[in-house]
Design a protein around this ligand. Structure first.
Ligand code: OAD
Length: 246
């Protein structure tokens, strides 16, 4: 406990001295809101792994199955609320002159909490994209029809999220990299740091001289390369960290 308090103190001091802060979040920040993480045992749906359904191949083979999976996720996510970790990031954004939040999450919880300068690397579950005319729009209908159609051209809609095996939107990735390249300190919160290119963002930050602080329930493959790795719940540690700036 004393070690965590000292680490929080140290991270708080670094934040106080920083003008530019970037935060990268993953599924772990939403776990306390009730969102299942990807690699936890609760990440299964009807015996399928999320990693087998969130792919372009699965959608080409069986779009109804993939939409069933997304309808289930939309139903699950619709009532969930931001937790103290999401809210602590709002307070941080208010205090830091230049704050960028980069998330791998598609759950919308940062937006619902009120984050403003937000980069959603993997898209958003409430956005859909037409596979024919490529129109992107927000759609909060729950559930959507088994095979939802584009209002403009009637083409088949797909979730506007990045699936396994797909490239990230280069404009969005550039925005994230620019924030990381110019930050004084980076917070890496609730991500297993296994999926590229998000995982290497912490290394980019370190290489350009920023301090990197991780908050995670457990050590990750990157923990030992970072300046501090705080172990515990994001919903507990982040508010305590931000309190140190108040
Ligand atoms: P993972 O499920 O891989 O990792 C979640 C991380 O959060 C783990 O390291 C947990 O230890 C940690 N964690 C869980 N509960 C926590 C809590 N209460 N407080 C702090 N940490 C906690 O999820 P991601 O790293 O987000 O990609 O996965 C990255 C990407 O891989 C996802 O965006 C998704 C996935 O496959 C796509 O969909 C393209």
């Amino acid at each position: 406990m004393a070690a965590i308090a000292a680490d929080l103190q140290q991270a708080g001091l670094w934040l106080t001295e920083s003008k530019r802060v970037a935060a990268l979040t993953g599924a772990g920040i939403s776990a306390e809101s009730g969102v299942p993480t990807f690699r936890g045992k609760d990440g299964l749906w009807q015996g399928f792994k999320a990693t087998d359904l969130a792919t372009p191949q699965a959608f080409a083979r069986d779009p109804k199955l993939v939409w069933n999976f997304y309808n289930w996720r939309r139903e699950l996510l619709a009532p969930l609320q931001p937790n103290p970790a999401h809210k602590a990031l709002i307070r941080l954004e208010e205090k830091i002159p230049q704050f960028s939040l980069i998330t791998q999450n598609i759950d919308d919880l940062h937006r619902r909490a009120g984050s403003k300068n937000l980069v959603e690397l993997h898209g958003n579950i409430w956005m859909v994209r037409c596979t024919r005319c490529h129109l992107v729009s927000r759609n909060e209908e729950v559930p959507l029809p088994e095979l939802p159609a584009c209002e403009e051209c009637g083409g088949l809609l797909r979730p506007h999220v990045v699936w396994f095996g797909e490239q990230l939107d280069p404009t969005i990735l550039d925005k994230a990299v620019a924030a990381i390249r110019s930050c004084d300190i980076m917070l890496v919160i609730g991500t297993s740091a296994l999926v590229q290119p998000a995982a290497s963002l912490a290394i980019v930050a370190k290489e350009q001289g920023a301090r990197v602080v991780e908050i995670n329930l457990e050590p990750t493959p990157y923990s030992h390369k970072l300046d501090l790795a705080l172990q515990g719940k994001a919903g507990v540690l982040l508010p305590q960290l931000v309190e140190r700036l108040e």
